[in-house]
Design a protein around this ligand. Structure first.
Ligand SMILES: *Cc1c(COP(=O)(O)O)cnc(C)c1O
Length: 389
């Protein structure tokens, strides 16, 4: 009875800052730029496709374990259409409960206790917890500010590989920094993975939210197709984050392994939504172009507002997050800053320190989400101005 209820693997992950910050937003009536979800829904025809599926009784009972054939085919077509990659919908695609389950199932399936996992720090919050649940050891490689962006040091990455390294967990475009790895960086990661015979799990949920060159999937590099688990999701691309439809593309062997874990997590999920996402993936190019251009406008609106308010702004190349440095405002502790921000100017943001193992490294950085209506972002920019030193 004296033993703590939460087990040792998860003890460090008991509470999240998101709950505290969202509660603060509600209590103070502040604009919530903390959590990353759009404040308007995605395309109406996609929503109507879900309604039709519900009404027609498609997906209302357990869908097939790997996902409905229509969606697996649409995912395979999407990989061909945008990237020229070929996947067999029957053996090389697995539908999951969002990217979150895809990440969890991949790590649970592919890691033995004690295996090391290299991940880019700051990390998306579920990575550390899932590596821990799988009994793995995380090895952070920290992205550091350099000429206006957070950059990967390839020598540091290379030096982080040991005989115990099982896989690299990559995320590009990267949350929370907005960094998009360049073609050369991806080529170097690929060469390292091949040389050291590592698996790679690559989280590409922001594949369509890039503002420079089009997204390049790691699986397309030489030697990578057979060792890469590529993860994406409908949530970010189609602005339906509540639907939780994600997917994995990989070789039949990797898919089979990951499915072994996935079948005992959720078994299946989101039946009718799978039909809707199958249609969404086939939307014309104009949809994806408009999504990107619309977000670019929003990025610039909030980035300019943050600059005017005195922050150092790392203008993101992808995602819908902006990381800032608060030191020009005379601040150095992101936690304290974020706790005071609702009272000071009616805005909620997230301290990047929560995404670091070494919280001190992330202390002066704060993340703002810009997937909000333009009028909300203009209001936010005006409120932030009151911080200007
Ligand atoms: C939002 C997000 C996810 C989770 O995607 P879901 O489909 O909602 O589970 C995974 N990875 C990153 C980097 C994200 O930002």
């Amino acid at each position: 009875m004296g033993r703590p209820l939460l087990n040792r693997r998860l003890a460090a992950f008991g509470t999240t800052i998101f709950a505290e910050m969202s509660a603060l937003a509600v209590r103070t009536g502040a604009i919530n730029l903390g959590q990353g979800f759009p404040d308007t829904d995605g395309p109406e025809e996609v929503r109507e496709a879900a309604v039709r599926a519900l009404r027609d009784g498609r997906g209302n009972q357990y869908p097939p374990g790997p996902g409905i054939p229509e969606l697996r085919t649409a995912v395979a077509e999407h990989q061909g259409r945008f990237y020229g990659l070929t996947y067999d919908p029957d053996t090389e695609v697995l539908v999951t409960a969002g990217a979150t389950e895809a990440i969890a199932a991949s790590l649970l399936a592919l890691l033995e206790p004690g295996d090391e996992v290299i991940a880019l720090e700051p990390y998306y919050d579920s990575y550390a917890a899932c590596i821990a649940m799988a009994g793995g050891t995380r090895v952070p490689v920290t992205l550091r500010p350099h000429e206006g962006a957070f950059r990967l040091d390839l020598d540091e990455l290379r030096a982080a590989v040991t005989d115990r390294t099982r896989l690299i967990l990559l995320n590009t475009p990267h949350n929370p920094t907005g960094t998009v790895l360049t073609h050369d960086e991806l080529a170097a990661v690929a060469a390292l993975a091949v040389e050291r015979d590592l698996l790679v799990i690559t989280d590409e949920v922001y594949e369509h939210l890039v503002f420079g060159d089009a997204h390049t999937p790691l699986a397309g590099f030489p030697g990578m197709r057979e060792r890469t688990v590529t993860i994406s999701s409908a949530g970010k691309t189609f602005s339906y984050t509540g639907w939780k439809v994600g997917w994995i593309t990989a070789t039949p062997e990797l898919i089979t392994a990951v499915r072994s874990a996935k079948q005992y997590l959720t078994y299946v999920s989101a039946g009718p939504f799978q039909y809707a996402v199958a249609e969404a993936l086939r939307l014309p190019g104009a949809y994806f172009d408009t999504l990107r251009e619309d977000l670019r406008t929003k990025r610039d609106l909030l980035a300019d507002g943050l600059s005017d308010a005195g922050f150092t702004v790392f203008r993101p190349s992808g995602t819908y997050f902006i990381t800032t440095d608060i030191r020009p405002l005379g601040e150095s502790d992101g936690f304290a800053f974020c706790r005071s921000l609702p009272e000071r100017c009616g805005i909620v943001a997230v301290p990047n320190a929560v995404f670091y193992d070494h919280q001190a490294q992330g202390a002066p950085f704060v993340r703002f989400a810009f997937c909000k209506r333009e009028d909300v972002l203009k209001d936010a920019a005006a409120r932030l101005k009151s911080l200007a030193p």
